[in-house]
Design a protein around this ligand. Sequence first.
Ligand code: ADP
Ligand code: MG
Length: 266
Amino acid sequence: MTRIESNRPARPLLEVVGLSKSFGGVSAIEDVNFAVSSGHIKGVIGPNGAGKSTLLNLVGGSLRADRGAITMDGVRLDRLPAYDVPRHGVARTFQLVRLFNNNHATVLDNVLLGAHLRLAPSILSTLAGRSGRQEERLRAKAREWLDFFGLIRTEDRAPRSLAFGQQRYVELARAMMLEPKLLLLDEPASGLNDAEVGVFAGVLRKIRDEGVTIVLIEHDMKLIMSISDEILVLAQGRKLAEGTPEAVRSNPEVIEAYLGTPHETN
Ligand code: ADP
Ligand code: MG
C-alpha cells in the first residue's frame, strides 16, 4: 500500500475523549483528549510517571478506563474485552520486551503467535485442526516480516540468543502479523545505540508508509522529533501540549516541564 499524500487533513483513526484512570489515590491519566490521524505517527513524551504507559495500556485494552471514550474507526475500543482489541487491528509492543523462550520456542514461533492473537477464541480452540495450507500461508507471512526486519537467518533460534535490538524487531514482527491498523509502541528504541536508532527510524517510516498508524512513546528526543507527525506531551497524567515537533519543541511550558533549555534537546 502506498501512502496517499494530500493537502486535506487526514481523518482521525483514533479518538480519545475525556480519558481518566487512577490507581488508588494516584491519578495516572486525567481527562486526556487527543486524536491520531490515519497514517500518522503520534509521538508521546513526558517525564517518568507522566502516564505514558498507562495511556497505551488503556488504548491497547490491557487496562480499563475509569472515564472517557476510546474510538477507532467508529468502534469503542474501551468497551471491548481485552482479547478483542487485537482483533480490531490494534497491535503493540511492551516497554520490556516480552518473548517466549520456553519449550524450545523459536523466533519464527514467536512471530507466528501474532497471527494467533487475531483469531477468535472459538477458532483458537480448534487451532489443532487448522488446515496445512493456512499454516503454510502464515509461516510464509511470518518469514516475510522476519525478512523485512533483517532477521530471516534467525528464524530457528531461541529469541534469548539474539542481540537485544534484534529481540525488539522480533516483537515488532509479531505485532505486524496482526496486520494492524494501529501500532502502539512503548519506548521501542530504549537500549539501542545511536546507529541502531537511526536504522529503527527508517523501519518505523516504512511501517507507516505501509498505511499503519503509530502511537510511539519514546525518550530519545532526536528520534521522536524526527519521526513524529505530531507530538502529545503528558505531565502528571494531563496533556501539557500537543502539536508538530517544531511547535512542541519551542513551547515554553514543555521546555520548563520536560525538555530543559532548548539547546539540550538537540
Ligand atoms: P510513564 O510510562 O509515563 O513513566 P506510567 O503510566 O507507568 O508512567 O505511570 C503513571 C503513574 O501511575 C505513576 O505514578 C505510576 O506509579 C502509576 N501506576 C502505573 N501503573 C500502575 C499500577 N499498575 N498500579 C499502581 N500504580 C500505577
Ligand atoms: Mg512507561
